[in-house]
Design a protein around this ligand. Structure first.
Ligand code: HEM
Length: 516
């Protein structure tokens, strides 16, 4: 049969044109509403560098925040999806706190069949299911339930010091990669506080547990790509059967947690840890709210227990290891601040019988100031994405009214707001004094949101701060943290990182202090 080249050519051109039309048909959306936006390009919209793996999500969103200087919000396109990008801290508070009913869902998606564990993480749960899950878990994170965990954290801190006394000097002149070190610490703290088991990842950095925790949300180009596709187009994610958690990691954690639960149930073992609360929740269907409100009974399965342990393992290790390693980095770069912190910590510890723990940590205001500034300059979660759940009227800067339609993604850059000179003077400078109780500027405090804002604010904030403060305090009290020839200066963000990470690693030296 003779090939009709004209017809074939015409069909190819038509198919290409239809594809181009399909990918770009939404690109006039913001212009039509009079919302300022950047010209998008097929097929990536305004996120070409993110999809090609040249920039991390944190940097991509921060860059857009900077580009729209003077605008309270703008429109962006990710692939074909039109999203409203909010740049104004007051407006964000209005939308996410006062008008929460219009934005109660996060703009994310995981397929429940492919990722049953992630699908139960409160971060991914939507609507009334989220409300139920949040109220079921909130009692596990009260201050009174956190206090006994300081004793467990201190045990891990002692191991950290012991291990570092051996590894630190051996690793010179390059020093140690601080994120991995902090990840070993946070993994051991979380294993101890959440599961009541000794993680031993500090003693054995190549342990299976350390590997599994790192891979729960492996910072790779493929992970970022899968997340970007799933968040932008759930239908495409379903068709491609996208799974975010690797299958071997899923199988490992499921077996590990259910076996531990069975041991507790059979042996009637009682411990004061998070898993015990979940076992109680599974048995009774509710947790004691310590007088905080009425209790509602619900079914809590083995998969629910596994999912909540993984939520703790994932959210409790990666973000906190990031915060802790950036704190050590800034302290290495600012020896004067490190010295002052050490003096303040010594005073607080002396005041409490030489014990590093709940009381001395809460006593040390300067530690709180340093950490607050670290979380401002280096928020581990650089941007957030919400979904409009009820039509929301707005007005452009030029006075034109429009409505944010249900289903529209509403995004904002925490990193961008935290470095916006409207809210923080000399925003790129590391200066803990901003958070001194006498200096706190109310305008800055409105814009400070490392743990998010509103009813969906981070559930583990108390635990996170306790864990990072204990880790930083024990290191500063026992070592001089310093830069080495391999320390990244200036620091470049790893384009594959989801939570902020330094490209090439965060190399730092730890010189043991002589205690007289
Ligand atoms: C420095 C460490 C951490 C940072 C910076 C951080 C930050 C955040 C942020 C920005 C959000 C989104 C809040 C929003 O949507 O407004 C969030 C949510 C969440 N975080 Fe954290 N987090 C940290 C540690 C932890 C820890 C240790 C846990 C658990 C033990 C945890 C559990 C959660 C959960 C369950 C949510 C979802 C809450 C919901 O949607 O209801 N986080 N976190």
């Amino acid at each position: 049969m003779a090939v009709d080249w004209y017809t074939t050519g015409a069909l190819v051109v038509l198919a290409a044109w239809l594809l181009w039309k399909y990918l770009s048909w939404n690109y006039g959306y913001w212009q039509r509403l009079g919302v300022p936006c950047i010209e998008p390009s097929v097929p990536f919209g305004n996120f070409k560098d993110l999809f090609l793996g040249n920039k991390s999500p944190l940097e991509s969103f921060e860059e857009i925040h900077r580009r729209f200087d003077g605008e309270p919000f703008c429109g962006v396109y990710r692939l074909r999806q039109a999203a409203l990008f909010v740049r104004d801290a007051e407006l964000l508070r209005q939308m996410m706190i006062s008008d929460f009913a219009s934005f109660h869902d996060n703009n994310n998606y995981v397929n429940e069949d492919q990722d049953p564990i992630f699908a139960r993480n409160p971060f991914f749960v939507k609507g009334t299911r989220w409300k139920k899950s949040r109220s079921r878990l909130t009692p596990s994170f009260t201050a009174s339930r956190m206090k006994p965990m300081f004793v467990l954290m201190k045990e891990v801190c002692d191991t950290l010091v012991r291990v570092l006394e051996q590894e630190g000097p051996e690793a010179m002149p390059d020093g140690l990669e601080a994120w991995r070190l902090c990840m070993r610490y946070t993994t051991d703290v979380v294993s101890s506080c959440a599961l009541g088991v000794t993680g031993r990842t500090l003693e054995d950095k190549d342990s299976v547990l350390a590997d599994m925790c790192r891979r729960l949300l492996a910072p790779t180009f493929m992970t970022n790509l899968k997340i970007a596709v799933a968040f932008t187009s759930p239908t495409l994610a379903d068709v491609l059967r996208i799974r975010i958690m690797p299958l071997d990691v899923h199988n490992f954690v499921y077996k590990w947690v259910t076996e531990t639960v069975a041991q507790r149930e059979q042996g009637n073992v009682q411990r004061k840890d998070y898993l015990q609360l979940l076992v109680e929740l599974k048995a009774r269907g509710y947790l004691d709210t310590e007088g905080q409100g009425p209790v509602e009974k619900s079914t809590f399965t083995d998969m629910d227990v596994v999912a909540q342990v993984v939520t703790f393992m994932l959210d409790g290790t990666h973000t906190t290891a990031t915060a802790m390693s950036f704190a050590l980095y800034e302290l290495a770069l600012h020896p004067d601040i490190q010295h002052r912190l050490r003096e303040n910590l010594r005073e607080a510890v002396d005041k409490h019988g030489g014990q590093l723990g709940y009381d001395s940590i809460n006593e040390c205001t300067y530690l709180d100031m340093v950490l607050s500034e670290v979380l401002r300059l280096h928020p581990p979660i650089g941007h957030l994405e919400k979904k409009c759940t009820a039509a929301y009227p707005m007005t452009t800067a030029s006075g034109r009214a429009f409505t944010v339609q249900p289903g529209t993604a509403v995004v904002f850059s925490i990193a961008g707001i935290h470095r916006d000179p409207r809210y923080f003077r000399n925003p790129d400078v590391f200066d803990p004094e901003r958070f001194s109780p006498d200096n706190k500027d109310p305008t800055s405090m409105v814009a400070y949101m490392p743990f998010g804002l509103g009813a969906r604010t981070c559930l583990g904030q108390r635990f996170a701060l306790s864990q990072v403060k204990m880790g930083v305090a024990c290191l500063v009290l026992n070592f001089r943290v310093c830069t080495t020839p391999r320390t990244p200066m200036p620091l470049e963000v790893d384009p594959n990182s989801f939570a902020k990470a330094a490209k090439g690693g965060m190399w730092l030296g730890f010189q043991p202090l002589v205690h007289l």
